[in-house]
Design a protein around this ligand. Structure first.
Ligand SMILES: Cc1cc2nc3c(=O)[nH]c(=O)nc-3n(C[C@H](O)[C@H](O)[C@H](O)COP(=O)(O)OP(=O)(O)OC[C@H]3O[C@@H](n4cnc5c(N)ncnc54)[C@H](O)[C@@H]3O)c2cc1C
Length: 478
């Protein structure tokens, strides 16, 4: 038994106390960040939850304990600045919604400057104790290794990036997808308004018209020979993140190689791959550039663009430094940096409806990282919403997702429809201000403008969330 395990937890103990008026239970699979929050939201709404967690009967490659909501890696919930950082705003929204994860995160806080970092053992022991103590929650220590039985008429699947293989296979078969999207590498995403369009230009290769009639769908950044060779040298010298032991067996997809691996294969490899300049004319020179970095619109709002073919495993500091040497991206603000790790997530924009139900089988709801959000707080947030949606459904109350102007609503909109590309390129996403509809503010200079915009978005978000919560309370009181 790991020293971090909670020795006092008898597996499989049933605690649920129900009465004649209690509605039938909702089953939640996985007591991670999302599942714990979902079970809590259900119980707080008066709906019993049966929480099925496979640890310690079966462990994942990353979890060390049997605690609910274990943090598998860092102990940070990232920035707690609600007015200047989108994840800080998400913290604030979750607190207003009575989040179990935030309550225990705040209680387990350790010094970390502007970030909310926690003592991981105190945190997850606190979440576990709260769930165990709730009269409407029963925790069952068992692996669900197939699709839930038909008699479970409302289920939330929150089994995370390390969903056990048997359940993953069952979901795969049910959804008819080719894979449960085991992507090994992800590419960085930048905020559109941080691209320098005096150097970059919009054009599709060979001006080819897209399905929407657009001939200028891509943003192009030109490199001359000297810049290209310096870029390749920097890629070859850059430090990369270490693989965990169990990740070493995961092969790269040949069609999805990290750029630094391609750069290792030869100086020209990238120029004949994602950086090929053919079919593009730089309006500043009237000529074809030596090499081009292309960016593709990433969300329906047009506020985010991803670097096409630039999946990478370089350390984050090296990524920002090297990518800012690309002409036009000198001041790029990154909504997400690249990374490589094993991940299990659904093609949610295609498969899920706006209340996170599987369109093909609405009794099954999904939540957490498995729906394509990234990070502890984002996963907890989607668990909280899935729990509220399932509770409202059980109680016969109407409920809609929070408005897209809130961090919660922006995340749901991203995973269920905001992502532009076909599902094939859908990738997990952290919360960031690029997912919010733009806000108009009076003109200001440089960095001040960015600061004011974020604050205005955050204020709008909290006001709109309060409206959404008020409507939910009014329906409950009817
Ligand atoms: C190696 C690694 C490192 C990461 N590092 C960070 C980080 O530093 N910061 C960050 O914000 N995010 C990190 N993440 C992302 C992190 O996983 C998520 O942020 C978060 O834990 C996901 O929450 P979740 O509830 O969706 O999944 P989890 O928290 O993983 O919870 C899923 C739960 O489901 C259980 N389960 C799985 N299959 C079954 C089954 N068939 N039956 C019953 N139970 C099952 C698991 O045991 C687990 O308890 C990391 C992910 C990985 C894989």
């Amino acid at each position: 038994m790991s020293s971090r395990q909670v020795a006092s937890l008898p597996p499989g103990r049933a605690r649920r106390k129900t009465g004649p008026m209690t509605p039938p239970p909702v089953h939640v699979i996985g007591a991670g960040l999302a599942g714990s929050e979902a079970a809590w939201a259900l119980a707080q709404a008066g709906v019993p939850a049966i929480l099925h967690e496979m640890r310690p009967v079966r462990m994942t490659e990353a979890h060390q304990t049997q605690n609910c909501a274990e943090l598998v890696c860092s102990n940070s919930f990232r920035s707690d600045d609600w007015a200047g950082n989108a994840v800080g705003l998400l913290h604030a929204e979750l607190r207003r919604c009575g989040s179990l994860v935030m309550k225990n995160g705040d209680a387990a806080q350790v010094p970390a400057g502007a970030a909310l970092a926690v003592d991981r053992d105190v945190f997850s022991a606190g979440v576990t104790a709260a769930l165990e103590a709730h009269p409407l929650i029963e925790i069952r220590r068992e692996e669900i290794d197939a699709l839930p039985p038909e008699e479970w008429d409302s289920v939330i699947i929150a089994t995370g990036p390390l969903t056990s293989p048997a359940l993953a296979q069952a979901i795969l078969t049910r959804t008819g997808e080719q894979s449960l999207a085991f992507f090994d590498a992800i590419a960085p995403i930048v905020h559109a308004d941080s691209i320098d369009f005096s150097k970059a230009w919009r054009q599709s290769r060979y001006d080819k018209e897209g399905p929407g009639g657009d001939k200028a769908a891509y943003v192009n950044c030109p490199l001359d020979k000297e810049q290209y060779e310096a870029f390749i040298a920097a890629l070859r010298a850059a430090p990369t993140a270490e693989f965990r032991e169990w990740e070493k067996d995961t092969p790269y997809f040949e069609g999805c190689l990290p750029i630094e691996v391609m750069a290792e294969r030869g100086v020209e490899t990238l120029r004949f791959g994602p950086m090929k300049p053919i079919g593009l004319t730089d309006p500043n020179t009237g000529k074809r550039a030596y090499a081009v970095v292309q960016l593709r619109q990433d969300n329906a709002l047009g506020t985010l663009f991803n670097l096409v073919g630039f999946q990478t495993k370089m350390k984050h500091g090296a990524q920002t430094e090297i990518f800012r040497t690309i002409p036009g991206l000198e001041n790029a603000v990154f909504a997400r940096l690249g990374g490589v790790h094993r991940n299990t997530f659904l093609n949610s924009p295609k498969l899920l409806d706006t209340s996170l139900r599987l369109k093909a089988e609405p009794r099954l709801r999904f939540a957490g990282q498995v729906i394509g959000v990234e990070g502890y707080v984002e996963s907890a947030a989607m668990g909280m919403l899935a729990g509220r949606f399932a509770a409202a459904e059980r109680l016969g109350r109407p409920i809609e997702a929070p408005p897209q102007t809130t961090a919660l609503g922006a995340l749901v909109a991203h995973v269920t429809g905001g992502h532009l590309a076909d599902g094939a390129s859908f990738q997990p996403m952290n919360i960031n201000f690029g997912l919010f509809p733009p806000v108009e503010i009076p003109k200001a200079r440089g960095k001040e403008m960015g600061r004011l915009k974020k604050r205005a978005m955050a204020e709008r978000a909290l006001a709109d969330l309060d409206g959404w919560l008020g409507a939910e309370r009014a329906v409950a009181a009817e």
